[in-house]
Design a binder for this molecule. Structure first.
Ligand SMILES: C[S@@+](CC[C@H](N)C(=O)[O-])C[C@H]1O[C@@H](n2cnc3c(N)ncnc32)[C@H](O)[C@@H]1O
Length: 189
C-alpha cells in the first residue's frame, strides 16, 4: 500500500530534531547522515528536511545529509518528482505547507530548496546489502516497513540495514501508536 504522509507521528520527528540530533552534533563532525529506509513516496525524508530547516535554517543543509530509499521504483519516482496532493497533507501544519510548497492548480510541488537537498536510492532491505547503500548512516528511520516482512524475517536480519549502520548497533523504538508493530524506528547510536 505504500501508505505515508507528511509529519506522520510528529512526536518522533520532534524528538529527532530537538533532542537526538542536537546531542549528536556536540560530538560528531557534520554532516550527519540520515536515512529513511522504506521511504515510500518521500513524505518521511521530506518531513525531516522541513523540521531541520525550521530548527537550523539554511545551515541545516551543511549539517545534515538526507537520503530516502525504497524497493518500489514507482514510489521513488514520485518522491523524486516531489509533487503532492490530498491526504499527504493530513498532518502537516498549515504554516509549513504554505512555506514549503508552491500550489500549481490542484497539486502542490515542493520548493526546490527541499527537493534538491534530499536524495533517493533504490534498494532492497532484504537484499545482500553490499554496494546498495552508501553507508554508514548516523540515523536510520525504519518506520512502518517491517509490516511488509513475513514473521520469519526479523528486521535485525536485514543485511542492508547492517551495512547502512556500519556496525550493528541500534536502539529499537516501537511505534507508540502501534505497539504491536515491530521496530517503529532504528537509530544507529
Ligand atoms: C507503509 S510505507 C512507510 C513509509 C514511511 N516509512 C512512513 O512511515 O510513512 C512502507 C514502504 O516500505 C517499502 N518496503 C517494503 N519492503 C521493503 C524492502 N524489502 N526494502 C525496501 N523498502 C521496502 C515499501 O515499498 C513501502 O513504500
Amino acid at each position: 500500500m505504500n501508505e505515508t504522509y507528511f509529519f506522520r507521528e510528529p512526536e518522533a520527528l520532534d524528538w529527532l530534531t530537538d533532542t537526538y540530533l542536537p546531542r549528536q552534533l556536540v560530538n560528531k563532525q557534520p554532516p550527519l547522515r540520515l536515512l529513511s529506509a522504506g521511504c515510500s513516496s518521500g513524505e518521511e525524508p521530506y518531513s525531516i528536511a522541513m523540521a531541520l530547516l525550521e530548527r537550523y535554517g539554511e545551515r541545516a543543509k551543511q549539517l545534515f545529509q538526507i537520503t530516502g530509499g525504497d524497493v518500489d521504483h514507482q514510489v521513488l519516482n514520485k518522491a523524486q518528482a516531489g509533487v503532492y496532493g490530498g491526504m499527504a497533507f493530513r498532518a502537516l501544519p498549515t504554516a509549513l505547507k504554505a512555506r514549503y510548497f508552491s500550489p500549481a492548480g490542484r497539486s502542490f510541488p515542493l520548493v526546490d530548496a527541499i527537493r534538491q537537498w534530499v536524495t533517493f536510492r533504490s534498494f532492497n532491505l532484504l537484499g545482500p546489502g553490499e554496494h546498495e547503500l552508501d553507508g554508514p548512516f548516523d540515523v536510520i528511520l525504519f518506520r512502518n516497513v517491517s509490516i511488509y516482512f513475513d514473521e520469519a524475517t526479523p528486521a535485525g536480519d536485514s543485511a542492508a540495514l547492517k551495512t547502512a549502520t556500519g556496525a550493528w548497533r541500534y536502539c529499537a523504538m516501537w511505534s507508540h501508536r502501534n505497539p504491536g508493530q515491530r521496530l517503529g524506528c532504528v537509530i544507529a547510536c
